[in-house]
Ligand binder design. Structure first.
Ligand SMILES: Cc1ncc(COP(=O)(O)O)c(C=O)c1O
Length: 357
C-alpha cells in the first residue's frame, strides 16, 4: 500500500483479515467490473444464478459439497442467522459460548460475545452461558446439567479479537460429540479464522470434524461486504425462515467467486500453511517474546508489557501495518498470497525492535 506521499507500506493486517487475495488483485477487479456492466443488484425475489454458482464453488473449495448456503452482509449478521437457525431447528433457547469470544456487535451476536463493555442492557439475556475456552470438563458438566435445553454451541476455531487462541482439536471433537448426543447445533464461527486463512478452509477442519453451521465474512469478499452461513443438510430450510435485501447480491457473489477462484488457482491454502509454519517457527527463535500462537496466516505474538511501543514502531519506523489484541498481542492477518520474502522483512524489523528496546 502507498500513502498520499507515495510512501510504501507492507500490509500484514489486511484491514482486519479482510484482504485475503491482496488489494486490487487483477482477477478480482475484472470480475467485479464485468459484473457491474451486466447488473449490480436485484432483489432475492428472483432467482440469482450467481448465488448457485457461489454455493457450488464454496462447497467444492471447502470440501462441504452437500452444505447449503445463506448469504448476508456482515459477520455479526451471519452469526445472528446461525443462532436463529439453530433455535428454529431444535426449538430451544440456550447457547453456550466461551471466555474471550467475539462474535459481533448486534443483538444475539453481542450477547454471545465475552465483553460486557459492548453489551447494551437491551442485549442482555439469561440464555447465554459462558464457559472457559478449551475446558472439556466444564463443557461436559454443563451439558449433563442442562443438555436438553441447549440450542447451540458457538466457537471460533481460532479466537481473533480475544488474542489468537487456538481451540484444541480434542475440545472441538468434544463439542461435536456432545452436540450429537443432545441434538444441539455446533456453530463454527469462521468469520476471521475461515476462508483458507489457517491453511485449511475452516480452521475447525484440523480436528477432523464437521460443524453444523459455519459462519463466514471478512476474507470472503476481499473488501466487498459479504457474509454467509454454510449449513449442514440435516438442517432443512423453510421458505421465509431467513432473509435479507442485500444478501447475495450480484456484486457480492462476483467478489466471493473471484476470491475462491484465486484461492484455488494459486493454491493459497497451501501457501498459508507453508508461509505460516515458517513464520511461526522463525518467530519462536526471537528474543523477549512471551508466546507465539496461531495457525497458518493468523498469528499472535504475545509481547511483555514493557514492549508496548513495538507495534507503533513497526508502523512508523518500518512502515509495516500489523493488528493488535489487548493488552499486548501483535496480530498478523496478511493476504493469503504473502511470500516468505515479506515474512522475512517483518522478521528483520521485529528483531531490530526487540533488540533495541
Ligand atoms: C470471529 C468474529 N466473528 C464475528 C465478527 C463480526 O463481524 P462483523 O464485524 O463483520 O460484523 C468478527 C469481527 O471481528 C469476528 O472476528
Amino acid at each position: 500500500m502507498w500513502d498520499d506521499n507515495g510512501q510504501e507500506y507492507l500490509d500484514l493486517y489486511g484491514g482486519h483479515a479482510v484482504i485475503s487475495i491482496g488489494h486490487t488483485h487483477p482477477h478480482y477487479v475484472k470480475r467485479l467490473e464485468d459484473q457491474l456492466h451486466k447488473v449490480g443488484f436485484y432483489s432475492n425475489s428472483i432467482r440469482i444464478p450467481l448465488q448457485e454458482e457461489l454455493a457450488s464453488k464454496l462447497g467444492q473449495v471447502s470440501g462441504k459439497e452437500d452444505y447449503q448456503l445463506f448469504l448476508c452482509n456482515s459477520g455479526a449478521e451471519a452469526n445472528e442467522n446461525a443462532l436463529k437457525l439453530a433455535s428454529f431447528y431444535n426449538g430451544r433457547k440456550k447457547i453456550i459460548s466461551f471466555r474471550k469470544a467475539f462474535h459481533g456487535r448486534t443483538s444475539l451476536a453481542v450477547a454471545v460475545t465475552d465483553n460486557p463493555g459492548i453489551v447494551a442492557p437491551v442485549n442482555q439475556t439469561p440464555n447465554v452461558i459462558f464457559l472457559p475456552f478449551n475446558d472439556e470438563s466444564s463443557l461436559e458438566a454443563c451439558f449433563k446439567a442442562q443438555g436438553n435445553e441447549i440450542s447451540a454451541v458457538i466457537i471460533e476455531g481460532i479466537q481473533g479479537v480475544g488474542g489468537i487462541n487456538v481451540a484444541s482439536e480434542s475440545f472441538l471433537q468434544k463439542i461435536r460429540s456432545l452436540c450429537d448426543e443432545y441434538n444441539a447445533v455446533f456453530i463454527a464461527d469462521s468469520v476471521q479464522c475461515g476462508y483458507g486463512r489457517s491453511g485449511k478452509f475452516y480452521s475447525q477442519d484440523f480436528a477432523g470434524i464437521n460443524a453444523d453451521i459455519y459462519s463466514m465474512a471478512k476474507g470472503m469478499g476481499n473488501g466487498f461486504p459479504v457474509a454467509g452461513i454454510s449449513i449442514a443438510p440435516r438442517i432443512q430450510p423453510k421458505h421465509y425462515m431467513l432473509g435479507t435485501t442485500f444478501g447475495g447480491n450480484h456484486l457480492a457473489c462476483a467478489a466471493s467467486l473471484a476470491v475462491l477462484e484465486v484461492i484455488e488457482q494459486d493454491n493459497l491454502m497451501n501457501n498459508a500453511e507453508e508461509v505460516g509454519n515458517y513464520w511461526i517457527e522463525e518467530l519462536k527463535k526471537l528474543p523477549k517474546i512471551k508466546e507465539v500462537r496461531g495457525r497458518g496466516l493468523m498469528i499472535g505474538i504475545d509481547l511483555p508489557e514493557e514492549l508496548k511501543d513495538v507495534k507503533k514502531n513497526l508502523l512508523f519506523k518500518h512502515k509495516i501495518f500489523t493488528g493488535e489484541s489487548k493488552p499486548n498481542v501483535i496480530r498478523l492477518l496478511p493476504a493469503l498470497n504473502i511470500g516468505k520474502k515479506e515474512a522475512d522483512i517483518f522478521l528483520t524489523a521485529l528483531k531490530t525492535e526487540l533488540e533495541n528496546n
